[in-house]
Write a protein that binds this ligand. Structure first.
Ligand SMILES: [Zn+2]
Length: 214
């Protein structure tokens, strides 16, 4: 079996929630240095498209904005990546049952205030509620707003015990299984990789044992 290869086009969206999919936009959290999937504003737009953060018309506007505002979009992307790493630190602390750093919570609250300033709800005649964003700027930060909402919901909806870390790649995911027993970010990728690793390790041990026989 060939090892799986993650790319921006193919990386799995298995985090179970938008903010964890966002955190999982590096190849492997245990690699140093990290292999980054979101290198250019164009990469970010592609990922935003894959996760349906923005609709087709917003995507078109952002694409035009990126082509006309190189330096500004690079700065916005840097902020987006800083927020991603902030969310990673906070959720990883939670996985490890440790409180996040005070400065990280402060940073989180600043970003939350920024995002929620633009949040509106609408209620239709069937009493169905939907969230909309009253964000007038036509820039990349628009895509951060639903991510911060998702992070807020994950922190406040009593789901903390269901946030897990894949032991093969370090991706974080929300375990939605009834038994709360999901072990990998993805069974087909990391699950199989770990099974193969274990198989070879076991056989190596058997071979070593054979060699020690008289
Ligand atoms: Zn994994």
């Amino acid at each position: 079996m060939r090892p799986f290869i993650r790319t921006i086009e193919t990386l799995e969206l298995d985090g179970g929630t938008l903010c964890l999919n966002f955190v999982n936009t590096v190849r492997n959290r245990f690699e140093s240095p990290l292999y980054e999937f979101i290198v250019t504003p164009g990469d970010w737009l592609l990922w935003s498209h894959r996760t349906q953060i923005c609709d087709a018309s917003t995507e078109q506007q952002l694409s035009k904005y990126i082509s006309e505002n190189h330096d500004k979009t690079i700065r916005e992307l840097k902020r987006i990546i800083r927020v991603r790493e902030l969310l990673y630190r906070i959720f990883r602390n939670i996985v490890q049952k440790e409180p996040p750093l005070i400065e990280d919570i402060r940073f989180f609250n600043n970003e939350l205030s920024f995002s929620f300033r633009f949040l509106n709800i609408e209620i239709n005649e069937k009493l169905e509620t939907s969230s909309t964003w009253n964000y007038k700027e036509n820039d990349l930060l628009y895509t951060l707003l639903p991510i911060m909402k998702s992070a807020y919901e994950l922190l406040t909806y009593g789901l903390k015990d269901h946030i897990k870390e894949c032991s093969n790649c370090g991706w974080l995911y929300l375990d939605k299984s009834k038994s709360n027993s999901r072990v990998w970010c993805n069974m087909k990728t990391c699950g199989n990789t770990m099974k193969i690793k274990k198989y070879y390790e076991k056989n190596k041990i058997l071979v070593k044992k054979d060699k020690t026989l008289p």
